[in-house]
Design a protein around this ligand. Structure first.
Ligand code: ADP
Length: 738
């Protein structure tokens, strides 16, 4: 009895394995998977039939179970044959043979089941073994017909597989041999069963094993081997080197790249050989990482220098134990040469940029120096002449000079912004003063064109703000000057309001509205492009560089603000600038007192200092004359020097209250002269103010770093000059006049 139990148990295991295999096969999408699946289902029926045979209690049940068993063998082989045809890519043959094979198998099945009635295929007899009854079959001639049909199916399957094995090569041959071996195994077991008249058929157990093996072959073995094969080829052909070492540092693989570039022979290569010896020395023995190296390699056209990047990596198993290590070698020659080119291009660009800065500095100097004389002299004429006509001429010279100065300033400002050298210097300021200055500056220009200039301000605006008032003034002056320039009738309104954004912060809103020529909608996006002038038919006669709004936009962005334009051709434009500012004094600014008009300005010095003694140093006698003239009404005692050497000599004998020193002078320049004066002698403590035509970016900081207490740019503005002098002259020697 225990034999039957063992058989049934093993049959159940086989059935279980078929279930698992079936699940596995269901995932395969290929055409042959369906045939294999059906063969497996037939195998399941065969196993169940064998369980029924083992458990049969009389001849009839045994006979019925045998019928199912023999019939299922037919269908196993039918579908296996179909599988072999599909798997060996004989789909056309499969299509042709399917119907005849189906008819033959069905006829054989009919014959088998009719055996229950006619008993023409096999008979059942009882066999007592191990004190248990087994129902076994004795075979009649018709059974051998069934056997022949089955073996023909097996044989045909073999033929198609062998044909494929013969036609294919390498890996594909292996894949067919694997299937053939599995089928042979099952057939061999079946033959053993029959030849030895075993009590029960053990071969069905292997149906499950065979199914599992075939599925494994299709699902795992074949793709994995294909992958290994193709990855191997790809690694060998890739444009990077790979050298693989095992745990004992024996080289187990070097791809074509490594062989070609470094002549590595994997069979005898060690980490002590070059290039790995040098690379691992640089990496240190244990660390992973990469190093860049330049190597001489022998090419077809002689030796050449190439750059490589060596990457070293160690591989470990899941428990962190080392398995192997490898070096990847990347040829970086082109990358390095590309980077060198970029570096060179950048150096050239830097050089060009610094050449541009030098050019701008020189240009600024060259233009400002004579302009200083022109405007300075003109200022003296304005101050001294009582003749109204001469004053008008002189005013005209002054405004032309201002225009010229604005152009130079625009170009310089733009180059400063481009070089990223414009910085915000925030401080406490009164917004009222910005409006007032703007009004003073443009009032006359507007009046000349018969335009009104209205200044409005929200009375609730805090009277003290914190930000860079100089930059805000510059923004305002660019926009208002455009508004005046591009308006022929009507006028310009400047309105300052605010939006509270926090306890101590607000958005300062500046709106400049004009009734001018306006801007076409499609031109608005081009407004802020540098050197771009729009609407040229109308604006050709108006002076401009096309830089003002480009500078304005950059300055607004620098202050994290925004600028907006609304315009209608023929009606006018409205520029709105919003700038975030902090509040330093919350008291409201109140109603705006109309700024005092400064039309036809009547000069009056702001202080007198008859006891102060200063030294003026400039290589241009005209400039000396201008500065002296500008300071005449202050009664300051002035000594003059036309060179650095003469200034040094004077300083050896006299202690001055202040020195105004020109930057660019032949022989000893201002900086050299300053260093000598301030290092020894009587004037080491004397405040020295740099006078310069060099208004290029970053100079302010540079002069202060050297030790100058302040600096003034040429052309010298009279009121700026007085302000600076008031600040640095000894307080007891300065008497304010107002
Ligand atoms: P420009 O030095 O030419 O004035 P801007 O950058 O300041 O350069 O201005 C660019 C162009 O935008 C000007 O040439 C002008 O055509 C146009 N533009 C600027 N402001 C106004 C305005 N308020 N009304 C009409 N056109 C304007």
């Amino acid at each position: 009895m225990y034999i039957k139990i063992i058989y049934v148990f093993v049959y159940c295991l086989a059935a279980g394995s078929i279930f698992i295999t079936l699940n596995y096969i269901s995932r395969l999408k290929k055409s042959y998977a369906l045939s294999l699946k059906k063969a497996m289902i037939a195998a399941l029926v065969a196993i169940i039939a064998n369980i029924a045979i083992a458990l049969s209690f009389n001849e009839l049940t045994a006979q019925t179970a045998y019928c199912f068993y023999f019939a299922s063998i037919d269908w196993i082989l039918f579908h296996l044959f179909g599988f072999c045809l599909s798997y060996t890519e004989h789909d056309e043959e499969k299509h042709r043979l399917k119907l005849p094979a189906f008819i033959v198998m069905s006829a054989d099945n009919a014959s088998i089941f009719l055996n229950i009635i006619f008993g023409h295929c096999f008979y059942i007899y009882r066999n007592y073994a191990h004190s248990t009854v087994f129902f076994q079959t004795g075979f009649l001639p018709m059974y051998y017909v069934h056997l022949a049909i089955d073996y023909v199916a097996v044989l045909l399957s073999f033929i198609f597989i062998i044909y494929r094995i013969k036609k294919n090569y390498s890996f594909y041959r292996t894949k067919y041999i694997l299937i053939l071996s599995v089928l042979l195994l099952v057939v061999a077991l079946n033959i053993i069963y029959m030849a030895m008249s075993l009590l029960l058929d053990a071969s069905v157990i292997f149906y499950g094993v065979a199914g599992a093996l075939i599925s494994f072959s299709i699902h795992t073995f074949v793709p994995r081997n294909l992958m290994i094969e193709s990855i191997g080829t790809a690694v060998n052909e890739m444009n990077e080197g790979l050298i693989l070492f095992d745990i004992n540092d024996s080289c187990i693989y070097a791809n074509d790249f490594a062989v070609k570039h470094f002549g590595i022979d994997a069979s005898c290569f060690t980490p002590e050989d070059e290039p790995i010896a040098t690379v691992s020395r640089e990496l240190g023995s244990t660390s992973e990482g990469f190093v860049d190296h330049t190597w001489e390699i022998e090419g077809s056209g002689g030796s050449e220098t190439r750059n490589y990047r060596f990457k070293f990596k160690k591989l470990s198993d899941s428990k962190g134990r080392p398995i192997c290590s490898y070096y990847m070698i990347e040829d970086t020659t082109e990358e390095v040469s590309y980077l060198n080119q970029i570096k060179e291009a950048r150096e050239n660009a830097d050089y060009a940029n610094s050449a541009k800065s030098t050019f701008l500095a020189n240009m600024s100097h060259e233009i400002r120096t004579p302009l200083n004389s022109i405007l300075g002299m003109n200022e003296l004429i304005m101050r001294s002449s009582g003749d109204p006509l001469i004053r008008v001429y002189s005013m005209n010279i002054n405004s032309a000079g201002d225009v010229l100065l604005n152009i130079i300033n625009d170009v310089l400002d733009f180059s400063k912004i481009e070089a990223g050298k414009t910085e915000i210097h925030p401080h406490d300021y009164e917004p009222y003063k910005i409006l007032r200055d703007c009004f003073y500056f443009f009032e006359m220009v507007a009046e000349k064109k018969n335009l009104y200039l209205h200044i409005k301000c929200d009375p609730e605006l805090p009277s003290g703000l914190y930000g860079d008032s100089r930059l805000i003034g510059q923004i305002l002056s660019n926009i208002v000057s455009n508004a005046v320039k591009y308006t022929n009738s009507g006028g310009v309104t400047l309105d300052m309001t605010f939006d509270e954004t926090g306890k101590d912060s607000l958005d300062l809103i500046i709106e400049v509205t004009d009734t001018g020529i306006g801007i076409k909608q499609e031109d608005i996006p081009l407004l802020f492009d540098s050197f771009k002038r729009i609407n040229e038919e109308q604006t050709a006669s108006i002076q401009g560089t096309g830089l003002g709004l480009a500078i304005t936009k950059e300055l607004v962005a620098l202050m994290d603000g925004s600028i907006n334009v609304k315009s209608e051709p023929g009606k006018g434009s409205c520029f709105t600038v919003i700038l975030p500012q902090s509040v330093s004094d919350h008291s409201p600014i109140g109603p705006l007192v109309n700024p005092v008009s400064n039309k036809i300005p009547k000069y009056k010095e702001s202080f007198k200092a008859p006891d102060a003694h200063i030294l003026l140093v400039d290589d241009s006698s005209t400039n000396l004359m201008v500065a002296e003239g500008l300071l005449r009404t202050t009664d300051i005692q002035i000594d003059k020097a036309l060179s650095g050497d003469s200034a040094i000599e004077r300083c050896e004998h006299f202690k001055y209250d202040l020195i105004l020193l020109d930057h660019r002078m032949p022989l000893k320049d201002g900086i050299e002269t300053f260093k000598i004066i301030s290092s020894s002698g009587l004037n080491t403590e004397t405040p020295v103010i740099m006078l310069t035509a060099n208004a290029i970016s970053g100079m302010e900081e540079e002069y202060k770093n050297i030790g100058f207490c302040d600096y003034l740019t040429k052309p010298i503005n009279a009121s700026e000059l007085e302000t600076v002098l008031m600040k640095h002259l000894p307080k007891d020697k300065v008497k304010l006049t107002s």
